[in-house]
Design a binder for this molecule. Structure first.
Ligand code: HEM
Length: 471
């Protein structure tokens, strides 16, 4: 049994942070006010909000109308909580479409109850993610959290939580392994792994859960091979990663336990391989640590754990969700006819169904003017990339799923300093997984109606539980 001593508590990891307290937003934590012009029709405030933002909190019994001396009225309304309910067929939530049109920067409640500013437009999100005045250091007292219990932002040894020179140092060390040239070398191996998995498909008519048989095993096998470690327990690693990346207010204990067990497991793995580290990424990381002491033991363990979790769950998720969309929208056959369209189809799959709706939070270290408005020093922003991917300001007919779309400026891999380290790998894996599938199983189809396929929705990632198919 792992004990709490192996990992510091969430709020004790604050030593490197000296952030200012968050600035107050235009809300009181429970509701926010919306300005309504007096010359227009009075909005129907009785119940219309519940369509888009859910029921009123019990302690906000009534809508408040205030007529200040300016002559305007303000309507108090509850602050919506993420994750927002998806539109029919897991399309863009109506609340995100509304915000894209009317409220590009507005308050949103996280599952913990904390309130931050939600950015939805492409230009604002690019500005936030590329501006060094926005920091990933959210380890100051009272900082908002997406996740109750242990939150990703609590851990100072994760690459994605570092800023500036500290971040650049670790990123430099890792990036050599993930360049397009290095990743291309893995392409034949990914094809081989995918082909071998399909050898196990039953005769025509057999019902197969593609998540178990195909979308999950590919990325986990590949990331283990890149590390150069054998015998990794795929099933346990998968279960821990899923729990860690799924935000639920009622699974805090399970989350903390999974994080600690995963960490302990990786610590042992690293210790066991120290004498014989193979010739993969693990050796590179161990050498870097042992020769120059550039990586602390905690950084090493967290980097390995972070890469294993980020390196399989995300890709498996996009592949499964993308396949569901291709099959349910009748677009799979087009790829069978013309596999040269696969790279474009992968970009459209990434645009429509990123593994999570947003990147991680950012805190402004000073006042910053974004295209849609000012963010005050200390204000925390949640960049909602799923909304930006549907911004009509950057894409024509964003609501159409078009695998043959040429240009696709999605932000599913983020932008700026923290742009996904594994983007080249993920793209290549998705392309090869699709290529092998359309080649070997051209008659693939869903075994049940798309509406019957179960989903698990959460604020960090949403995933399919099963993908029953036949051929
Ligand atoms: C389709 C698959 C994937 C998607 C959509 C995805 C998405 C993202 C996004 C949005 C970020 C930025 C987070 C932020 O700025 O707050 C990110 C960062 C990161 N991703 Fe991925 N990812 C995928 C696959 C992978 C893979 C395969 C790996 C590893 C091999 C990986 C490793 C990382 C790492 C280490 C970071 C942090 C980079 C940094 O802080 O400098 N990801 N990813």
């Amino acid at each position: 049994m792992v004990g709490p001593s192996s990992f510091p508590g969430p709020r004790s990891l604050t030593s490197r942070s000296s952030r200012p307290r968050p600035a107050p937003l235009a809300h009181n934590g429970l509701s926010r006010t919306r300005r309504v012009p007096l010359d227009g029709p009075l909005p129907d405030v009785t119940g219309s909000f519940s369509d888009t933002v859910g029921p009123f909190p019990p302690d906000l019994a009534a809508v408040t109308l205030i007529a200040p001396p300016s002559g305007e009225i303000f309507v108090a309304e509850p602050i919506a909580t993420i994750p927002f309910e998806s539109g029919p067929g897991h399309t863009l939530p109506r609340e995100l479409a509304r915000r894209l049109a009317e409220e590009p920067l507005g308050p949103v409640r996280l599952p913990t109850g904390d309130v931050v500013t939600l950015a939805v437009r492409h230009a604002d999100i690019v500005a936030v993610l590329t501006d060094p005045r926005f920091s990933r250091d959210l380890r100051y007292p009272g900082a908002p959290r997406i996740q109750p219990g242990l939150d990703i932002s609590d851990n100072p040894d994760l690459l994605v939580n570092m800023d500036g020179a500290e971040h650049a140092r670790l990123r430099r060390l890792l990036s050599g392994t993930f360049t397009p040239r290095q990743i291309e070398k893995w392409r034949p191996r990914v094809r081989e792994i995918a082909g071998r998995l399909l050898d196990g498909l039953g005769p025509p008519g057999t019902v197969t859960d593609l998540i178990e048989a195909y979308t999950f095993p590919i990325p986990i096998t590949v990331i283990c091979e890149i590390f150069g470690v054998e015998g990794l327990d795929h099933e346990r690693v998968r279960a821990w990663s899923e729990t860690i990346l799924t935000v639920h207010v009622d699974n805090v204990e399970e989350q903390v336990t999974s994080t600690l067990r995963f960490m302990e497991y990786v610590r042992k793995l690293v210790a066991e391989h120290r004498g014989d580290p193979g010739d993969g990424l693990l050796r590179l990381l161990l050498d870097a640590r042992d020769e120059d002491d550039r990586l602390t033991e905690d950084e090493l363990v967290n980097t390995v754990m972070g890469l294993i979790a980020a390196g399989h769950d995300t890709t498996a998720n996009v592949l499964a969700r993308g396949l569901l969309r291709l099959l349910s929208e009748g677009e799979y056959a087009g790829l069978v006819r013309d596999p040269s369209r696969i790279p474009a189809a992968v970009e459209e799959m990434l645009r429509w169904d990123p593994p999570g709706d947003s990147t991680l939070l950012r805190v402004a270290t000073e006042d910053v003017d974004l295209p849609s408005g000012r963010i005050a020093a200390g204000e925390v922003v949640l960049p909602m990339v799923r909304a930006a991917n549907f911004d009509p300001g950057v894409l024509r007919d964003p609501g159409d799923f078009r695998p043959a779309r040429g240009e696709c400026p999605h932000l599913s891999f983020g932008r700026g300093a923290h742009y996904c380290l594994g983007a080249n790998l993920a793209r290549m894996e998705l392309q090869e997984a699709l290529r092998v599938l359309v080649d070997r199983v051209p008659t693939l189809r869903l075994a049940v109606p798309a509406e019957e396929i179960p989903w698990q929705e959460s604020a960090l990632t949403s995933r399919l539980k099963r993908l029953p198919t036949t051929h």
